[in-house]
Ligand binder design. Structure first.
Ligand code: SF4
Length: 241
């Protein structure tokens, strides 16, 4: 996770601290790249807090980190898990210009629950970010999204969300059980049975998602290297940065 550990938003499901962020560390992209090199990663997932305090939302920092990771790690698969950048075209294009292999932005939950669950984010804005990435990214770019289940969504609401993602060309999906990080966070409404996760995963594949991870413990970067747009060098390992 780059750009610090203080987020400008306060999502009711998330344990990241909400506070005034520190200035960006210009040396971070190279250190991340060197860390990936030391770990011999074949697939790096680079994410960040929401930096609404910055004019570009931290997009240039993503760009610099992607480029540094690629420079130090030839052949590595680079996946970014980005905030919504307030749907700013220039920020999305800045990230895309660094040509990540996978552009991930989480929908997190269904339309009805979004205002309760997410801070300063909207369902339609997230769809718009993913649609722009699909339209403006390089032809080989994959877009990815994820939802937490057990927040009170109905199966029909989930199916609508998955259809909305497919409509804008999103082809990679994660579905996992929401777990309450502290008593102050949003309460779990339901524990979804593993068989139901499996059934949702099968439905999603039939809808056209080319890679789906759907199980209680799945998170955004869960076994991310299982989907490889280009096979990286043998002997490498996967880890989340
Ligand atoms: S924007 Fe991301 S990091 Fe910030 S509180 Fe929401 S989920 Fe957590």
């Amino acid at each position: 996770m780059i750009a610090g550990d203080r987020c400008t938003r306060a999502c009711s499901f998330c344990a990241v601290d909400t506070a005034k962020p520190l200035p960006l560390d210009a040396g971070e992209p190279q250190r991340v790249a060197e860390a990936a090199q030391r770990m011999k990663l074949k697939h790096a997932v680079i994410t960040a807090v929401a930096r609404d305090d910055l004019a570009d939302g931290g997009a240039a920092h993503f760009h610099d980190t992607i480029e540094a990771v690629r420079r130090f790690n030839p052949g590595i698969i680079i996946e970014v898990l980005v905030p919504d950048f307030n749907d700013r075209d220039s920020a999305i294009e800045t990230v895309l210009a660094a040509r990540p292999h996978i552009f991930n932005h989480n929908l997190e939950t269904v339309r009805r629950l979004t205002p309760e669950i997410r801070s300063r984010a909207t369902y339609d804005r997230s769809l718009s970010v993913l649609a722009k990435a699909r339209q403006r990214g390089h032809p080989g770019l994959h877009t990815k999204s994820g939802l937490m289940l057990g927040l009170g969504e109905t199966p029909e609401e989930l199916r609508t969300a998955l259809a909305d993602l497919r409509r804008i060309g999103c082809d990679l999906l994660t579905l996992g059980q929401y777990l309450q990080p502290t008593r102050n966070h949003f309460q779990v409404v339901e524990y979804i049975h593993p068989d139901q996760f499996k059934a949702y995963g099968e439905e999603a594949r039939k809808m056209g998602f080319v890679h789906v991870a759907s199980a209680p413990l799945v998170r955004s970067s869960y076994h991310a290297a299982d989907f490889n747009p280009e096979p990286p060098a043998a002997g490498a390992t996967q880890a989340k940065i």
